[in-house]
Design a binder for this molecule. Structure first.
Ligand SMILES: Nc1ncnc2c1ncn2[C@@H]1O[C@H](COP(=O)(O)OP(=O)(O)O)[C@@H](O)[C@H]1O
Ligand SMILES: [Mg+2]
Length: 137
């Protein structure tokens, strides 16, 4: 299938003579993310990447800890890239480091994943709960 410039419904024709498991359109699967492009090559960390993938198969929340500069963010971003096709609603990077108050976290998450917030309403709780329950985030 050719490039899709926008998110669009796609249908697969099912027939016994056709392959059943066609790959996702690559343009679409690569679009659903906001992962920052890295300007340097990723080095090593094969074991840690495997561990992250394995843990994320069952864990809803995974925290990488270590001293500043040891490569936590880079490892997380690499793992996120590798898991892009596993999450139907995409994989999103939320930069929390510049936030000074915990109350700002929901807004930062909402704006990263493209959820519209309405003035006077608390962030779309229904959407969060539904997505969380279905394992989409
Ligand atoms: N596996 C890696 N391959 C290449 N560069 C890396 C790797 N891990 C870390 N770096 C680089 O080292 C620097 C610090 O890494 P970073 O992930 O920001 O650390 P942390 O989040 O633990 O503070 C960044 O410039 C990052 O790109
Ligand atoms: Mg970091």
């Amino acid at each position: 299938m050719g490039d899709l410039s926008e998110r669009e419904p796609a249908f697969q024709l099912v027939d016994p003579h056709l392959p059943a498991n066609l790959p996702l359109p690559s343009a679409l699967s690569k679009r659903l993310n906001n992962l920052p492009v890295q300007l340097t090559a990723f080095i090593g960390r094969a074991r840690e990447l495997g561990e992250v993938e394995e843990l994320l198969a069952t864990a809803r929340l995974l925290t990488l800890t270590g001293t500043g500069g040891c490569g936590k963010t880079r490892l997380a971003l690499r793992a996120a890239e590798q898991l892009l096709n596993d999450y139907v609603d995409g994989v999103w990077f939320v930069e929390l480091a510049p936030l000074a108050e915990p109350e700002l976290v929901p807004h930062a998450v909402a704006s990263s994943v493209g959820v519209l917030e309405e003035a006077g309403k608390r962030s779309n709780r229904h959407w969060w709960r539904r997505s969380a329950r279905s394992g989409r985030c």
